[in-house]
Design a protein around this ligand. Structure first.
Ligand code: AP5
Length: 219
């Protein structure tokens, strides 16, 4: 199965990708995580990306493309879930032709829709583990008691100005993907404004429908 999740920042892409990955044995390819990893390692790519990420802007596409393409290739062009890639029409065209070249086209694209006020509530109270990157929410999913409080931090791009910049960037650059994938017949819009379990069951309804079912049966 080869699927992509897209939606506004804080829509729950990472949360749902993690659940689906463990349920179906998929590799999660999150360009956000790959970029943060590169930043932690202090690689050239990470240093180039840092200013964009911290201020809530998209990282230049060519940098992200390299990361995404190698991760898809490392997954063997199958059994993966893309989280946050593609995020522009340009990236979608790159991805579509890259996958076509390996006869590994996507089976479905899930668009998680969530209103802005919910996004702001989710992101302003999100906390992450500074080493593992595990994500929590102060109200809905508090960090376990055995985790040292000093290890729980706020992402710099979860500050109010960066959240606003990410939402503006999303409207301008990512929203057009909705039509792009609607036209290809791959898109399924899922209401992401409910509990994690309810959103998951909505996604499952889509995954149980063809053509994703056929893909599951084929492995
Ligand atoms: P990335 O990390 O991908 O950020 P994002 O897309 O803004 O998404 P988030 O991780 O903020 O949110 P999410 O939708 O995964 O929600 P989550 O499940 O965590 O990218 C970061 C940056 O990297 C970008 O801004 C850009 O600079 C760069 N980048 C990445 N990809 C790029 C690309 N393709 N091109 C160019 N640049 C790129 O949930 C959020 C919170 O809500 C959590 O606290 C969670 O616990 C909680 N939550 C989740 N679901 C629910 C629910 N149903 N109910 C209540 N709370 C919930």
């Amino acid at each position: 199965m080869r699927i992509a999740l897209f939606g506004p920042p804080g829509a729950g892409k990472g949360t749902q990708a993690q659940i689906l990955a463990s349920e179906y044995g998929l590799v999660t390819i999150s360009t956000g995580n790959l970029i943060r990893e590169a930043m932690r390692e202090g690689s050239e790519l990470g240093e180039e990306a840092r200013g964009y990420v911290t201020s809530g802007q998209l990282v230049p596409g060519e940098l992200v493309r390299k990361l995404a393409d190698s991760a898809v290739a490392a997954a063997g062009f199958n059994k993966f879930i893309l989280d946050g890639y593609p995020r522009t029409i340009e990236q979608a065209r790159w991805l579509d032709s890259f996958l076509r070249a390996y006869k590994a086209e996507l089976h479905g694209v899930i668009f998680l829709s969530v209103p802005d006020e919910v996004i702001i509530r989710r992101l302003s109270k999100r906390r992450v583990h500074r080493v593992t990157g595990e994500s929590y929410h102060l109200d809905y999913l508090p960090p376990p008691r055995d985790v040292a409080p000093e290890d729980i931090v706020q992402r710099p791009d979860d500050q109010p100005e960066a959240i606003a910049a990410r939402l503006r960037g999303y409207r301008r650059e990512t929203e057009p993907l909705e039509n792009h994938y609607r036209e290809t017949g791959l898109l399924r819009e899922v209401n992401g404004d409910s509990s994690v379990d309810v959103v998951h069951s909505r996604i499952m309804r889509f995954l149980k429908s063809s053509p994703v079912t056929a893909a599951r049966k084929a492995g």
